[in-house]
Structure formats: structure tokens, C-alpha cells
Design a protein around this ligand. Structure first.
Ligand SMILES: [Zn+2]
Length: 90
């Protein structure tokens, strides 16, 4: 096994998805905000689009340019709807 931790490599879409979830949760008072549903929406949103992995020290100067906001917002809206219809919470 190599001796290097990979914490500097991350999916740029994660922060953008969190921001979009906060935005749509603010607009949608009916959406369940329990931990299970929030995790489901987060995972589903990220799975529904190509990942955007970068190394922390390269290319992060202009992250907005690398993230497709329209695709992210659509993906999050769809995920909230889907999780609302088929929640995994008790
Ligand atoms: Zn829930």
C-alpha cells in the first residue's frame, strides 16, 4: 500500500450540492429534514451526475467555472422529489 493520504482530492460537486440542498429545503417546507433523508438526497444528487474530482491545490481558484450549476440544481430537485416519494426513514 502506498503511503499518502488522499484528503486533498475531492469532488467539487459536493459543496455545490450542499448549497443547492439548502436552497431547495428553504423553498420546500414539506421536505423531510431528518438525517436519513438529507443523506439520501446528498448521495442521490451526486450519483445522478458525473463527478468533478480535483486536487485541492490545483484548479480550485475558480470552482464556479468547473461546476455545472444548472445540472446540480436539477439533480437536487429530482433527488428531493424522489426521496420524498420513497423515504428510507422509519
Ligand atoms: Zn426523513
Amino acid at each position: 500500500m502506498f503511503n499518502h493520504d488522499l484528503e486533498n482530492v475531492y469532488n467539487l460537486n459536493e459543496d455545490a450540492v450542499i448549497a443547492a440542498i439548502e436552497k431547495y429545503f428553504t423553498e420546500d417546507e414539506d421536505a423531510c429534514r431528518c438525517g436519513v433523508c438529507i443523506e439520501d438526497v446528498f448521495a442521490l444528487s451526486l450519483n445522478n451526475m458525473p463527478a468533478k474530482y480535483i486536487q485541492n491545490y490545483f484548479g480550485a481558484r475558480d470552482p464556479e467555472r468547473l461546476v455545472d450549476t444548472v445540472q446540480i440544481e436539477r439533480s437536487v430537485r429530482e433527488a428531493i422529489e424522489q426521496v420524498g416519494k420513497h423515504p428510507h426513514h422509519e
